[in-house]
Design a protein around this ligand. Structure first.
Ligand code: UD1
Length: 429
């Protein structure tokens, strides 16, 4: 299993190109199931989760080519991928495939809308909470689907076509919003989704679906109107820059010090997090080509944060922010409201000398003057990169084990950081 070795202490200076967003690319890829035409996606990041979803879609009969080639050769990064679901050959998504990544459960929406049936294994993914699927089930039932949960599978039937309806999400869910938006696009009549997720990835998906011929209004607000259409066509669509990757590197610079341009980053996708980073004492300078982050000399100031659905502070940046706060000049409180078990990085940060106590859903971080390198273990995708952030400012060597978590969501992490002066490399085994 690969490991990452890093030696802390270097400032970061230079440029880091921001990749296409994993969390936008995955639902966009799944949208290819809605049409028998080709959906061309630009700026798709090269990540383990994307490769896994390609395998899952392939199982349903989706053909693909990367940068115009069928064979995977010299693919590079920021790829353009064509997805063609000419014939859906299988409406079952098996446990072996779905258990590796929660988002693959989302195929349930398009399969049901286009084929009238779907059988999808209950999902897996990061172990950050129970992550049920009740909202998906309830929402699809509201559109007229018959749903049974049998032997670990969600078995859905809408052979007489889904029918538009009003559905009020009892809780904001990004995934359930994606799925209901996709399903309702091919339903009979109008669907109104209330208390929908407002994340930029939802907007990116709605824009793609509209380019495919869907009639969706209001994505990005909490009420989304969808007029169902008979069929959707192909389209060409670009994946937005990754706001979580952007925030992660911004926090890395705030931690290590230095001056880095995050190329291609968009401030409007993570304004709350950027405001928080500025409060810690770093300079945040949006430019035409990206966002410049600087911190020279000033101590890191403690800031309290609470995670919230967009436009609030994202749960996917909570671990990284805690990494930054471990060296703040004082005490900060970090409250997690989205997932109930998303503090597994706390004990790993403690190995580096961090002082953190947990009480319910709030972590209290007492900043320390010095962190010291140590072997640590990545426990989930975002937690693993918080260890990298802490390691960048720790004295001596940090070894991050179980790097496969990082590979699910961060493209070329070592290359991007070492290009800015960090001492970091991958140890392959
Ligand atoms: C997506 C993101 C993930 C991010 C999360 C919250 C992708 C691929 N993943 O995950 O990185 O951390 O949004 O911003 O885009 N819930 C239910 N019942 C359901 C569905 C969700 O109770 O049927 C709960 C979840 O357990 C959680 C909350 O709703 O407590 C929000 O989850 P949700 O927004 O659905 O997260 P994901 O879409 O899985």
């Amino acid at each position: 299993m690969d490991r990452i070795r890093l030696v802390g202490g270097n400032k970061l200076n230079g440029r880091i190109p921001i990749s296409g967003a994993k969390n936008a690319a995955l639902p966009l890829m799944i949208a290819s199931l809605l049409t028998d035409d080709t959906l061309t996606l630009e700026n798709v990041p090269h990540l383990a989760d994307v490769e896994q979803l390609i395998r899952i879609l392939g199982n349903h009969g989706v053909d693909y080519s990367v940068n115009g080639r069928r064979e995977k050769q010299n693919e590079g990064y920021s790829r353009t991928i064509n997805f063609t679901a000419r014939n859906i050959v299988d409406t079952t998504a098996p446990y072996e495939l779905v258990s590796k990544m929660r988002a693959s459960f989302w195929v349930v929406g398009p399969l049901l809308a286009r084929m009238g049936v779907a059988k999808v294994s209950l999902p897996g993914g990061c172990a950050i909470g129970t992550r049920p699927v009740d909202l998906f089930i309830e929402g699809l039932q509201a559109l007229g689907a018959r749903i049974d949960v049998e032997n670990g599978y969600v078995v859905a039937d809408a052979r007489n076509r889904l029918t538009g309806n009003r559905y009020v999400f009892p809780k904001v869910s990004v995934g359930a919003t994606h799925v209901l938006m996709m399903a309702a696009s091919l339903a009979r009549g109008e669907t109104v989704l209330e208390n929908a997720a407002r994340e930029p990835e939802v907007v990116n998906l709605a824009e793609c679906l509209n380019a495919m011929g869907a009639r969706i209004e209001g994505a990005g607000s909490s009420t989304i109107h969808i007029q169902g259409v008979e069929s959707l066509s192909g389209a060409r669509h670009k994946v937005i820059p990754d706001r979580i990757e952007t925030g992660t590197y911004a926090m890395a610079v705030a931690m290590a010090g230095g001056d880095v341009l995050l190329e291609g980053a968009r401030a409007d996708l993570l304004q709350t997090a950027l405001d928080v980073i500025a409060q810690t004492g770093a300079e945040v300078l949006p430019t035409n080509s990206g966002i410049r982050i600087k911190r020279n000399g000033h101590a890191i100031q403690p800031v309290d944060v609470t995670t919230e659905p967009f436009p609030g502070f994202p749960t996917d940046l909570q671990a990284q922010f805690m990494g930054l706060m471990t060296k703040a000049e004082g005490r900060s409180h970090i409250t997690e409201t989205i997932f109930e078990n998303r503090f597994m990085h706390v004990q790993e940060l403690a190995r580096l000398g961090a002082h953190i106590t947990l009480s319910g859903q709030t972590a209290t971080v007492e900043g320390v003057k010095t962190l010291k390198g140590a072997p640590v273990m990545a426990t989930d995708l975002r937690a693993s990169v918080s260890l990298v952030i802490a390691g960048l400012a720790a004295e001596g060597e940090t070894i991050v084990n179980r790097v496969y978590h990082l590979d699910r969501g961060f493209e070329r992490l070592e290359e991007k950081l070492s290009g800015c002066g960090a001492e970091i490399q991958r140890l392959s085994s």
